[in-house]
Ligand binder design. Structure first.
Ligand code: HEM
Length: 130
């Protein structure tokens, strides 16, 4: 809601794409590939102001080794989803900006989904079971 109010031109571009692809029909599952700009706006909303920045706490059910760290059973883990989704190494120096076009490249057919950028926005929904 916040992004769509602040960046009306992005909302209008996504709406224009939906109108041209779907006409008056509702979208169906499996049609998102036909709506790259819309998908990019959605991904960017989840990335830019992720709803649960530290996700939900999880607890280790056994001793673990991860990246050289020893993590004992029973440790509470908070995943820094905000940090991952604003990582300068992944999203570049404009990581803090709302920029749906970072997910896309443009060619003679118009906007295309850019498969080079890691598809991490789903981290907004958490990790596995608790
Ligand atoms: C923008 C939409 C949503 C976001 C970003 C979101 C995010 C999250 C996150 C981060 C978790 C914690 C997952 C984990 O343990 O790592 C979670 C759990 C959960 N969410 Fe959502 N959620 C959304 C929408 C919804 C909706 C619409 C429902 C139900 C109608 C829902 C129901 C639940 C339930 C029941 C859990 C607990 C699952 C479990 O621990 O077994 N969520 N959600």
């Amino acid at each position: 809601m916040k992004a769509m109010a602040l960046f009306l031109e992005r909302q209008e571009a996504a709406q224009a794409e939906m109108d041209s692809v779907l006409g008056t029909n509702d979208p169906a599952y499996g049609e998102e590939d036909k709506l790259p700009y819309f998908k990019a706006v959605l991904c960017e909303c989840f990335r830019w102001q992720t709803v649960v920045p530290l996700s939900f706490p999880h607890v280790t059910n056994q001793d673990l080794q991860y990246n050289g760290y020893k993590i004992p059973q029973g440790t509470v883990i908070l995943a820094n989803v905000w940090g991952i989704l604003h990582d300068l190494k992944i999203y570049g120096s404009n990581a803090d900006n709302f920029d749906p076009e970072r997910w896309l490249k443009r060619d003679e057919r118009g906007w295309q989904w850019d498969n080079d950028l890691p598809d991490l926005y789903h981290l907004s929904f958490g990790f596995g079971t608790r």
